[in-house]
Design a protein around this ligand. Structure first.
Ligand code: ADP
Length: 372
């Protein structure tokens, strides 16, 4: 079977690593010939995943296509789907998720709890809706990894706001940020991974470390799982979806956003769950039964991020010490150049005791530095 992946970043790389267990011929489309996936696929094409002709020509002789990022040319995927290429998830589902305005409207239409919002066309619209403040302003399309999201606490913050079609949504009083991955196959059967809990670095707006399974009250867990399943079923597409949610201070559950693909919050599933998210997506694409999502041991993920003030050829300080820690699994993405805040890899830690897990996560964070 010939399967294409749009995007050649670290998620694509891990998908390709999992593909080695299956009889599948892999194709990657990505603009950067030195991307993390380029040397792991069978066929690499250098090209723009947002360009209609490029995506269409890449896909027209393939059996199936999946994505590792949602900023792809959906019109080309529509045409390919009509011509018989299987797309995971469907172009219709990608279209809903790709634009945060459409995504929020979809939640509203389907009774999925998500914070109240208005749609703003430009910066001027913010000035006429100041009663919603404090709020979070999210650009409709083009945002990624915290870029494209602004907290607007007061009128004085409006000046620095994006001047583009956006969502202005009520700020949730967050108690916990969580995520969970749901797999759904062609027959509509679902498999749900344990919930993960994020610890966010407020300066970089990037994940600090993550624990899984999350320690959340049982009642909230039931709601989270029910909401995630309802959401994924409403998208009406086979594939793998990562649902990010908030639990607020009153233990109410709110969907933040959904990713229609393998996701950073599921990196640990490689070592920590019987079937990884990457393996699961191949099972869906190849028509095999869904895998076992149960955890083997609790896990932490620590992102390896470019240290401030260092740019250039990457050097990993502390790597030897980290590799000596029991059940520490280091994943480097093969990016040659580091810069402040750049995601260079991650470490997964496994331990049966949460206190030890947190302790080791902090140790890894302090030991491992990306410099140049
Ligand atoms: P991205 O798509 O860039 O990951 P998110 O929509 O996940 O952006 O937002 C990034 C972060 O901003 C979230 O992890 C959360 O900490 C914060 N955030 C987003 N929406 C809200 C909200 N409605 N209320 C409070 N905080 C929010």
């Amino acid at each position: 079977m010939k399967v294409g992946i749009l995007g050649g970043g670290q998620l694509g790389r891990m998908l390709l690593q999992a593909a080695a267990n299956y009889t599948v011929e892999t194709f990657v489309l990505e603009n950067d010939a030195n991307c993390p996936s380029a040397h792991l696929c069978h066929h690499f094409t250098k090209g723009d995943i947002t360009d209609f002709e490029t995506v269409y020509h890449f896909g027209k002789n393939l059996d199936a296509i999946t994505i590792e990022i949602e900023s792809v040319n959906v019109d080309a995927l529509d045409k390919l789907e009509k011509e018989g290429v299987k797309i995971y998830p469907t172009p219709a589902a990608i279209r809903i998720i790709k634009n945060k305005i459409i995504q929020k409207q979809f939640y509203k239409e389907h009774g999925i709890p998500s914070s109240d919002f208005i749609i703003t066309n430009n910066k001027e619209d913010l000035k006429t809706n100041t009663h919603l403040l404090p709020a979070v302003h999210k650009i409709g399309e083009g945002g990624y990894d915290g870029k494209g999201v602004q907290v607007i606490n007061s009128i004085s913050d409006i000046e620095k706001a994006f001047d583009a079609p956006s969502v202005l949504e009520q700020k949730v009083a967050i108690q916990k940020e969580i995520a969970l991955i749901v797999a759904i196959n062609e027959k509509g059967a679902t498999a749900i991974y344990p919930v993960s809990e994020m610890m966010v670095n407020p300066v970089l707006n990037l994940l600090d470390y993550q624990l899984s399974p999350a320690l959340i009250p049982e009642k909230a867990l039931w709601v989270v799982e029910a909401v995630a399943i309802k959401l994924v079923k409403a998208l009406n597409s086979p594939g793998l979806f990562a649902v990010e949610l908030f639990i607020d201070k009153n233990e109410e559950v709110w969907v933040n956003e959904t990713a229609p693909r393998v996701h950073n919050s599921g990196h640990h599933t490689i070592e920590a769950n019987h079937c990884s998210q990457y393996d699961m997506l191949w099972r869906i694409i190849l028509g095999y039964p869904l895998g076992n999502t149960s955890p083997i041991l609790p896990a932490a993920i620590i992102n390896i991020i470019g240290t401030d003030n260092y740019s250039g050829d990457a050097i990993y300080e502390g790597l030897e010490e980290v590799l000596q820690i029991d059940n520490a699994f280091v994943h480097l993405y093969g990016k040659k150049q580091t810069k402040p805040g750049r995601k260079m890899g991650h470490v997964t830690l496994l331990h049966n005791n949460y206190q030890d897990l947190t302790h080791k996560a902090n140790k890894v964070k302090n030991l491992l530095k990306v410099k140049s």
